[in-house]
Design a protein around this ligand. Structure first.
Ligand SMILES: Cc1cc2nc3c(=O)[nH]c(=O)nc-3n(C[C@H](O)[C@H](O)[C@H](O)COP(=O)(O)OP(=O)(O)OC[C@H]3O[C@@H](n4cnc5c(N)ncnc54)[C@H](O)[C@@H]3O)c2cc1C
Length: 370
């Protein structure tokens, strides 16, 4: 975790402006950074500060906010295209996985209020310095094993049926009989598993849509930047992270470029992504233009998250289904959060509480299909 939020925002030519918080309480913690933010004119900085204060006063649970896009609202507040691209999109696009012009204002308000406007430390950025299997998988497995949970990996659920007071989850090889079931698969995988009548409006799951993320993994033969992370401004590079140490790369530098709301990038070939983004990296980090590329890999997640557009709040199901003992979990459920790890965890807690309340017993044996 950063001790204090510090984002170097880099424009082509290597021009850096820092978004750094001070020790002041929110929202004053960002006032100094905004006042000095060199990618905007002084008038744009002033208007951005006034807009941030207006954003802090909105209620993310107000259904009217979910009818508007974040972009429409920012335009009404006089935000210029430059302020949009150079400031608001830096935070909005990766957290909502949509550009402001398509994202629900309600979810944008939630992100900016929680991350930047209510608690000064909430926006400090953390990133994994170890492989994610060590960060998420191993500790979770240890905790589950300590709690006596039987975890079955690569066990694909094919059907969920209610039998008497209990439930049966069919797998490809065997079946699990349980008092209750929490279905925690992505929304696009849910429909075939859901028993009939489980949801009032199962067609809403399709309406949640999808938004892609593309990651580019570039290993240079030499270090090209000293920054551990950076955001691109006026560049096709959105965010870039130095993964050299985390990945155990011994020579050169490994940069991971993260591209959110990557509809356009999904349609580009690996060669097109390579030429476009290597040139863009060289514009941000001039040392990259003299470096050789030892490896270049692309990973595409076509359904990385649901589409957090206007009207999405009404499409998200709750943890409770119409069938007692069957609950839903997943970042797509109605957590009020965009599709994030924290939203997923919150949804799991809501589902566990739902099942416990339904059975009116202490924690039952639960089959979790994940
Ligand atoms: C490239 C990428 C980068 C991201 N970066 C961030 C980030 O930096 N910060 C952040 O907070 N969030 C990030 N997210 C979003 C975050 O990962 C998701 O919101 C979160 O993982 C959703 O959790 P979930 O439990 O709802 O679903 P998932 O994590 O998708 O888990 C669902 C599980 O169900 C399993 N499954 C599917 N079908 C079946 C079946 N029939 N039977 C059994 N199991 C099944 C799947 O294999 C999967 O393991 C990122 C997502 C992607 C794709």
């Amino acid at each position: 975790m950063q001790p204090r939020l510090a984002i170097p925002a880099i424009a082509p030519g290597g021009r850096v402006a820092w978004l750094r918080r001070t020790g002041l309480p929110a929202p004053l913690h960002l006032a100094g950074a905004l006042a000095r933010y060199g990618h905007l004119s002084p008038a744009e900085r002033f208007r951005a500060a006034v807009t941030a204060l207006a954003l802090a006063r909105l209620d993310p649970d107000d259904p009217r906010l979910d009818a508007l896009t974040f972009g429409e609202w920012l335009a009404r507040r006089g935000q210029s295209p430059r302020a949009l691209a150079g400031l608001w999109e830096l935070i909005g696009r990766p957290t909502l996985n949509l550009p402001a012009s398509e994202a629900s204002l309600a979810l944008a308000v939630r992100v900016f209020q929680i991350g930047l406007l209510s608690d000064a430390a909430a926006g400090d950025i953390g990133w994994a310095t170890a492989p994610l299997s060590e960060v998420h998988d191993a500790p979770a497995r240890r905790a589950l094993a300590d709690a006596g949970v039987d975890v079955r990996l690569r066990w694909r659920a094919t059907q969920v049926t209610q039998e008497g007071d209990g439930w049966t989850v069919e797998g490809e090889a065997d079946r699990v009989v349980a008092d209750a079931v929490i279905l925690a698969v992505p929304h696009e995988r849910l429909a075939p598993l859901l028993p009939a009548d489980a949801l009032d409006a199962p067609e809403r799951l399709t309406a949640l849509g999808r938004s892609p993320i593309v990651n580019l993994h570039v290993v240079f033969d030499r270090p090209v930047t000293e920054l551990e992370l950076a955001a691109g401004v006026g560049s096709p590079i959105q965010w870039v992270f130095d993964r050299t140490r985390a990945a155990g790369v011994r020579s050169g530098q490994y940069l991971a470029v993260s591209l959110s709301a990557a509809d356009r990038e999904m349609s580009l070939s690996n060669d097109e992504l390579r030429s476009r983004h290597l040139a863009a990296l060289a514009e941000l980090f001039p040392a990259a233009s003299g470096a050789k590329v030892a490896r270049f890999l692309v990973s595409r997640e076509h359904a990385a998250t649901f589409r957090a557009g206007p009207g999405v709040a009404a499409q998200r199901p709750g943890a409770r289904t119409r069938l007692p003992g069957l609950a839903l979990a997943g970042a797509f459920t109605d957590t009020g959060w965009p599709a994030t790890m924290e939203g997923a965890v919150r949804s799991g807690q809501a589902a566990a509480e739902e099942v416990r309340d339904t059975l009116r017993r202490p924690l039952p044996a639960v089959a979790v299909a994940t």
